[in-house]
Design a protein around this ligand. Structure first.
Ligand SMILES: NC(=O)c1ccc[n+]([C@@H]2O[C@H](COP(=O)([O-])OP(=O)(O)OC[C@H]3O[C@@H](n4cnc5c(N)ncnc54)[C@H](OP(=O)(O)O)[C@@H]3O)[C@@H](O)[C@H]2O)c1
Length: 354
């Protein structure tokens, strides 16, 4: 069954692979672009990633604008899409509350409104920390009654990116419920490159971690032996997103895309260091101490490490029941993640090392 989709964030790392995955399965995809003149490059990239560029059409817009800033002709074009994927986000550390909210919260709400108006299913990408309920409580998020959360205080505690992703999650769910509109949320772990090619893009957290280790900036292991940074390959994530998008049992539900056997951070750093041919850090440093050090003038810039990124290194284990059910229903499985990580490291080394 071919379906027509609308994709916001299709030019990003996960978005490029999603477009490849959708079009390889014969689905037509309208992609929202802030710079539609770059459509030919995007099509070439989708072709390189195994998709069918002939099935992609671009519309000009920006999620932070009302109605995504779509012209009426484009609004009409995308109205035949029965699935709306939102992967658009300002994904960086050090965002101000205003900037993070304008794109990640108001923008996500604008995409949700379009989906609800079109009676299309919204597939939203959250993040695995939204399933770490202890962490949410610790940073002051009231998951049961999100309207009671003091959001500016949460932005102060964890920074603009993470806070806005959490706020947008609850805001969009509340909006979709009010509109009686369908949504499904996929929560990825930190995304690793493609399991065959290792393809990953500049600015991805894992690519930055590999570059920091290669350049000798990683002097110690943040946290204890129990700390880990869960990973998922971009190909598994895309397969999961496409599966849930057409699964009626997943309406108004959430699922994790996360490889629960990701080694602890020490093991992961050792594996990356081995592929790079550098020495892995040996000693652990408590995350609270590291955050304190990073607050000192110049330290974060010298180490090219943001305190915000450390929140994702944690000890929580997750309930994978729904993911496992979907894996068996759709014969999805994680690729060999040790190999996927190795290929990602090699990709970063040969393509993104400058
Ligand atoms: N990668 C991870 O490790 C990870 C883990 C958990 C969750 N996630 C979530 O997964 C989603 C996709 O992440 P990603 O890694 O693919 O991010 P990415 O590579 O940074 O891509 C972000 C995308 O958002 C678009 N965008 C940003 N601002 C926009 C605006 N105002 N209007 C329209 N489009 C806008 C960008 O378009 P331009 O090309 O115009 O800049 C780009 O297509 C995000 O929601 C992220 O929070 C990612």
């Amino acid at each position: 069954m071919d379906v027509e989709c609308f994709v916001a964030g299709g030019t990003g790392f996960v978005g490029q692979h999603l477009l490849a995955g959708l079009t390889a399965r014969g689905h037509k995809a309208w992609v929202l672009m802030r710079r539609p003149e770059a459509i030919e490059q995007l099509k070439e990239q989708v072709h390189r990633l195994g998709g069918d560029p002939a099935l992609i059409g671009a519309v000009h817009g920006d999620i932070s604008q009302e109605g995504l800033g779509l012209h009426s002709a484009d609004r009409l074009r995308v109205s035949s899409a029965s699935i709306v994927f939102n992967l658009a986000a300002q994904f960086s550390w050090g965002l101000t509350l205003e900037r993070a909210r304008a794109i990640n919260v108001q923008g996500a709400l604008n995409v949700a409104r379009l989906a609800a108006d079109m009676r299309s299913r919204l597939i939203m990408v959250g993040g695995f920390m939204l399933q770490n309920f202890e962490h949410l409580a610790a940073i002051g998020v009231d998951s049961q009654r999100p309207e009671n959360t003091d959001w500016p205080a949460v932005y102060d505690r964890v920074g603009g990116y993470e806070a806005s992703k959490i706020e947008s999650h609850f805001t969009v769910i509340s909006f979709m419920k009010q509109r009686c509109a369908d949504y499904t949320i996929v929560h990825p772990a930190t995304v690793c490159g493609h399991s065959c090619s290792g393809h990953i893009t500049r600015g991805q957290p894992l690519a930055d971690l590999v570059r920091n280790l290669a350049q000798g900036r990683f002097k110690a292991i943040p946290g204890s032996r129990r700390h880990w940074l869960p990973l998922v390959s971009v190909d598994y994530l895309v397969d999961m997103m496409i599966a849930v998008a057409v699964d009626h049992t997943m309406v108004n539900r959430e699922v994790l895309a996360l490889y629960e056997h990701t080694p602890n951070l020490q093991g992961m750093l050792e594996r990356i260091a081995q592929v790079l041919g550098v020495k892995a850090p040996q000693h652990h440093v408590p995350i609270t101490l590291l955050k304190w050090l990073l607050a000192l003038p110049g330290v974060a810039a010298r180490l090219t490490l943001s305190a915000e990124s450390l929140n994702f290194i944690q000890t929580q284990r997750f309930d994978m029941t729904i993911s496992r059910q979907l894996e068996s229903k759709y014969q999805l499985s994680h690729p060999d993640m040790s190999q996927a990580l190795e290929r990602t490291v090699r990709y970063v080394k040969s393509h993104l090392s400058d």
